[in-house]
Write a protein that binds this ligand. Structure first.
Ligand SMILES: NC(=O)c1ccc[n+]([C@@H]2O[C@H](COP(=O)([O-])OP(=O)(O)OC[C@H]3O[C@@H](n4cnc5c(N)ncnc54)[C@H](O)[C@@H]3O)[C@@H](O)[C@H]2O)c1
Length: 303
């Protein structure tokens, strides 16, 4: 049997924790003994307005169950204020769960700059600001856990979600680099692509399935990734409805052309099947590993 996961001395920020998935994460963190900063601006699913009661109610629920939490009502775009709140309330910051999000779905030809910018600002700039403010504290204490919330809409694409898909897969790019930079300071960084029955997905998922996709079924993965028990970093996990899987990049063995004389578009066309053939595919671990095959190809033609 595995050890119990205890977060007694840990301070956790969960952004967008006034409802949906973030609320479920915050409640579970508190159950594991963590001190939780419940952040939520309390606006609409489209990013309009603000309402302090969303975060306040979650804090009330945590306290009623004997847990420790404070409410924070700042937008994630003011990430430094949220981190300062954690420091003022609890004196440290160990875990950041970047969860706040909105949707501005429109097909690309109807998308305007405001839809693009607002989705970018909440998901990407917001996650950046909170994490950037927490990072020096994590480095200093040689410990930290960061979780970004990506989406299958970013990994696989989804009609009407150009802005959202861009933001969500961008967060996985951020995850990969922060995992590399954080490793030597024992800061582990992972991303989840959740599916949950929340206001964000209401009406998009058949009601029966919606009811099964309880937000609480995503949170155990988040708490595990945020714990000292977890050694995983740079991972991407699809999670929902009680199922968890790991997703990774896969690359074909590819096709090589003689770099000395150049090659034509027709050569590319003739090799297309081979370029796209995933038989014997590889899974590069990092940038250097990824370049090895190209370098080996060049070496074949070295002078
Ligand atoms: N529900 C799903 O199936 C699903 C799928 C993929 C990704 N996600 C992602 O999971 C996260 C949580 O989504 P959810 O489904 O629980 O939706 P939700 O709308 O219930 O929760 C999002 C929360 O973020 C808060 N928020 C929005 N903008 C904010 C800001 N600027 N500052 C602080 N808080 C802000 C909202 O008030 C809300 O409480 C989001 O990042 C979303 O994109 C959800």
């Amino acid at each position: 049997m595995s050890e119990a996961i205890r977060l007694q001395d840990q301070v956790v920020i969960v952004t967008g924790a006034g409802g949906g998935l973030g609320r479920a994460h915050a409640l579970l963190f508190a159950k594991h003994g963590a001190k939780v900063v419940v952040n939520d601006l309390g606006g609409s699913a489209h990013g309009e307005g603000a309402n302090a009661s969303a975060a306040d109610k979650v804090v009330e629920a945590i306290r009623a169950a004997g847990g420790i939490a404070v409410a924070n009502h700042d937008s994630v775009t003011a990430g430094e204020k949220i981190v300062q709140h954690a420091l003022d309330a609890f004196g440290r910051i160990d875990v950041v769960v970047n969860n706040a999000g909105i949707l501005r779905d429109k097909s690309f030809h109807k998308l305007d700059d405001a839809d693009w910018d607002l989705v970018y600002r909440v998901h990407v700039e917001g996650a950046y600001k909170v994490t950037r403010a927490a990072w020096p504290h994590m480095r200093e204490q040689n410990y930290g856990r960061v979780i970004f919330t990506a989406s299958t809409s970013g990994i696989y694409g989804n009609f009407g979600q150009a802005n959202y898909g861009m933001a969500k897969l961008g967060l996985y790019g951020l995850t990969r680099t922060l995992a590399i930079e954080g490793r030597k300071s024992n800061i582990l960084v992972n991303a989840i692509a959740p599916t949950g029955g929340t206001r964000m997905t209401e009406g998009l998922i058949p009601p029966q399935v919606f009811a099964q996709l309880k937000p609480e079924l995503v949170s155990p993965l988040v708490v595990y990734l945020a714990s000292a028990a977890c050694a995983e970093t740079s991972g991407l996990f699809e999670v929902g409805g009680g199922w968890i899987g790991k997703t990774r990049w896969e690359r074909s063995l590819g096709a090589g052309f003689d770099p000395r004389g150049g090659f034509s578009a027709e050569d590319v066309a003739a090799s297309w099947q081979q370029i796209c053939d995933f038989d014997g595919a590889t899974h590069p671990a990092d940038n250097l590993d990824a370049l090895k095959q190209m370098m080996a190809h060049l070496q074949r033609y070295a002078l």
